[in-house]
Structures are given as structure tokens and as C-alpha cells.
Design a protein around this ligand. Structure first.
Ligand code: C2E
Ligand code: CA
Ligand code: CA
Length: 255
């Protein structure tokens, strides 16, 4: 049922984006945000991406969905640019997007439409998406990097990439999978060791490191001690609409 609806949903603008702030830990400043899609379904209410992204991937609808997300994120980014806010918005790409022969052309076109600079948008690609076809993924990443955009490996630590492969990837940051970060909160020593090791690995490879799923202050403090660069999670803020983002920033303790 949802499958039939999704095509129309994209055309009828039933999708919406929420933005979750990214916090630069050392300065306590919000340094950007991640765009996360939701579906305001006329019958089923607000649907989370867990309900429809896999479906979209298996039916090929992820392609128009990704284009919609990119265009909408650029529209928001344009509005923020007009307000003098130059912080990047991160957009998630799926495994199938990496195999989309038109991806580059679409990204270039969308950037041109909005008069966007390459640093307006960043892309997140999960480690497991890259590993579905490592050779093709590397090629697509090189093309995206050729546009001068920042690239992050998402859900890092769960996708079985080799260190040799990692070294070849033209990426700027690793985002530690939230399962490790969240288990760190429940006093799991092994998870804390994994998080600390990924921070070190990233820095030794000259990459930035992001921790997601940060749900409390104690974890944020520990991440700071580990030297982690950026944090994202409910303890900073849940994802919110563009307008809410503005209000939240005006009233939050993070600047
Ligand atoms: P992701 O890219 O790893 O996004 C992080 C998810 O963790 C988001 O869930 C976010 O709301 C949630 N999250 C953030 N902080 C916390 C926290 O402190 N605790 C907990 N428990 N969760 C936290 P969301 O928005 O439901 O998205 C789920 C997944 O759906 C995303 O995982 C991503 O893989 C996919 N997704 C979302 N938007 C898009 C999109 O536009 N395109 C594609 N291809 N995938 C998307
Ligand atoms: Ca992501
Ligand atoms: Ca993630």
C-alpha cells in the first residue's frame, strides 16, 4: 500500500525534512545539521524513514526521493544563506544512489539551480552501502569529491570495510555508529574502547570524527576527553523543522 503511495507522496509534497544540529564539541558551537526525511502520510500520520527508505530502495523510488531531498535541503540552505548562515547541511545517500548513473548530473544541476557553492551541502554514505560494491562506490565518491563536497562515512564500525579500502576513499569524516555511542552510555567499557579507537583511527588518517546518538551530557563529556570533533544526538537536540531550528538556536545554550 505504502509503495503505491510513495510515488504520489514525492510529487504531492507529503515528504518533509527535519534538521538535526551537529555540535562542534571543543567550541560548543553548532557547526551544521543533518537533513532527515519524514513522510506526512494523509492516513497513517507521520512516518519515520525506517518505515519507507528500505521500500524506496527496493522499488527504485529512492532515486526521485533522493533528488527531492537534495533539492529541498538546498532550498533550506539557500534560505539560511540569505540570512547569513553558512553552515552546511548533510544529505544521506543510499546504496542505490551510488549506482545511479545520473547522480552526478543531478547534483550538479541542483547546485546550479540554487547557485550553491560546493560547501553548502555534505553527503553521508553508510559504510555498508559502500561495501555493497566497493569498486563502483569508490568511483562515485571520487566523482562527488570532484565537485569539492565534503563526504562522511556514516554508521562507521558496522560495515566491514578494510582499512586498506578506507585509506583509498576520498572522505573527510567518519561518523561512529550510534550503537557504540549509545552503549557507552550504559557503562559498557568495550564500547567506550571502540569509540576511542575510532577517534584515534580517524585522526591518524587525517579525518574528522563525528559521534551520533549522544543522549546525555556524560557521554558528551567523555567524547570531549576522547578528542571527538563533532557530536549529534538527543542531548543536543532532536531533529526539527527549519523554522524550529531557528527558534531552538535562539534559546539554546549552544551557540
Ligand atoms: P542515520 O543517517 O544514521 O540518522 C540518524 C538517526 O538517528 C535519525 O533517525 C535520528 O533521528 C536518530 N537519532 C539522532 N540522535 C539520536 C539519539 O540521541 N538517540 C537515538 N536513539 N536516535 C537518534 P531517523 O531520522 O529516523 O532516520 C533513520 C535512518 O533513515 C537514517 O539513519 C538514514 O539511514 C535514513 N534516512 C533518513 N533520511 C534519509 C534520506 O533523506 N535519505 C536516505 N537515503 N536515508 C535517510
Ligand atoms: Ca546519516
Ligand atoms: Ca548513522
Amino acid at each position: 500500500m505504502l509503495m503505491g503511495d510513495l510515488r504520489r507522496a514525492i510529487d504531492r509534497n507529503e515528504l518533509l525534512l527535519q534538521y538535526q544540529p551537529k555540535l562542534q564539541i571543543a567550541t560548543h558551537k553548532v557547526c551544521g545539521s543533518e537533513a532527515l526525511v519524514r513522510w506526512q502520510h494523509p492516513q497513517h500520520g507521520m512516518l519515520s524513514p525506517a518505515r519507507f527508505i528500505k521500500l524506496a530502495e527496493s522499488t527504485g523510488l529512492i532515486t526521485p526521493l533522493t533528488y527531492w531531498v537534495l533539492d529541498t535541503a538546498l532550498g533550506q540552505r539557500y534560505a539560511w544563506h540569505e540570512e547569513g548562515d553558512e553552515r552546511p547541511i548533510s544529505v544521506n545517500l543510499s546504496a542505490r544512489d551510488l549506482r545511479d548513473p545520473k547522480l552526478l548530473e543531478r547534483v550538479r544541476g541542483a547546485f546550479a539551480t540554487w547557485g550553491a557553492r560546493p560547501d553548502w551541502i555534505e553527503f553521508e554514505l553508510t559504510e555498508s552501502a559502500l561495501m555493497e560494491d566497493p569498486v563502483a562506490a569508490l568511483e562515485t565518491l571520487l566523482h562527488l569529491k570532484g565537485l569539492d563536497t565534503c563526504l562522511t562515512i556514516d554508521d562507521f564500525g558496522t560495515g566491514y570495510s578494510s582499512l586498506a579500502y578506507l585509506q583509498k576513499l576520498p572522505v573527510d569524516a567518519l561518523k561512529i555508529d550510534q550503537s557504540f555511542v549509545m552503549r557507552m552510555q550504559s557503562d559498557d567499557d568495550d564500547s567506550a574502547k571502540i569509540v576511542r579507537s575510532i577517534v584515534e583511527l580517524a585522526h591518524n588518517l587525517d579525518l574528522q570524527v563525528v559521534a551520533e546518538g549522544v543522549e546525555n551530557q556524560e557521554t558528551l563529556d567523555r567524547l570531549a576527553r576522547f578528542g571527538c570533533d563533532i557530536a549529534q544526538g538527543f542531548s543536543i537536540s532532536r531533529p526539527m523543522s527549519g523554522d524550529q531550528f531557528r527558534d531552538w538556536e535562539a534559546h539554546s545554550t549552544w551557540h
